[in-house]
Design a protein around this ligand. Sequence first.
Ligand code: NAI
Ligand code: MG
Length: 356
Amino acid sequence: MKIAVLPGDGIGPEIVAQAVRVLHALGPKFDLEEAPVGGAAYDVAGHPLPPATLELAKKADAILFGAVGDWKYDTLARELRPEQAILGLRKHLELFANFRPAICYPELTAASSLKPEIIGGLDILIVRELNGDIYFGQPRGIRTSELPLFKGAREGYDTMHYSEPEVERIGRVAFEAARKRGKKVCSVDKANVLETSQLWREVMIRISKEYPDVELSHMYVDNAAMQLVKAPKAFDVVVTGNLFGDILSDEAAMLTGSIGMLPSASLDKNNKGLYEPSHGSAPDIAGKGIANPLATILSAAMMLRYSLGMPAEADRIEKAVQKVLAQGLRTADIYTEGTQKVTTVQMGDAVVAALA
Ligand code: NAI
Ligand code: MG
């Protein structure tokens, strides 16, 4: 099984190295091939997603990705910025389904700003559509306004857009995921205002008939933002479009108080996927050896489960992570009094040692 390893920038190489160690320690032989991406690729090849890196990503069965981005590339033209690499990979590989679990490990409740009774034991999954919506809809641009009140002024405009097949495929992914979990899907939209959302809701209701064992509910996005803070445990799987999902998945991540803990997956229609931590390249702590590698290690576990058909190995990694947390080991981002502060490498050591 071929895995493309794309460490990227900032803390990317440090945290990916630990995930790679954990994969090697599992036993089965993986064919890992590394390539530069993001700013690191711009430095050596003049482009954040060079052809050789894209080719490797295309032929691999799965991609383990670190993070991209650094302030030093802020002055580059948009198409050369490191962040374009991740957008390019999503587009070229048709990774349309983004899985963002928000899990609050009992040991880490203290690291969240929310009350333990609200988030203790939280385990929800946000399924975000990645290839459509207002981020890609045409037309878009900046033009001269024709509105009577603002005639002649410059105006920016974008187009929210979803076709029926796009909604169907993300809906099915969410229902399938719910089947393996708590059997509830909450579809989030803004159907009281948006035409796109009305179609979205209609399609969700239609495909829900194929999944009689899963309960479908609907919620407006503004209410969903409130309910995520008020009673997040009431959700199981949340399915939503690209824009709403961008915002709600970051909100859900912060509920858990530990961005360094949250993995993510972006899948295509054949369950090939790109796996990465939910956080960015954290340039403020890069090179210090203190980054939390657990989000990346847990992303590798998701890769085994969703793309490589190795759920038992995925379980082993997840159990090992729970074990090191129970042992009281913490990187700086999740450290609280009475626990033991460890470095990135020490955390990797501990997970490797805890693998059953
Ligand atoms: P960020 O997630 O990189 O960092 C936010 C804060 O969380 C920082 O204080 C950082 O030190 C901390 N943090 C993040 N991951 C951590 C970890 N594993 N362990 C300990 N602490 C951690 O987000 P920010 O600062 O907004 O963006 C930094 C760069 O990352 C930017 O260039 C941005 O574009 C890029 N980025 C890349 C993403 C990707 O590669 N998919 C996603 C999000 C941002
Ligand atoms: Mg975001």
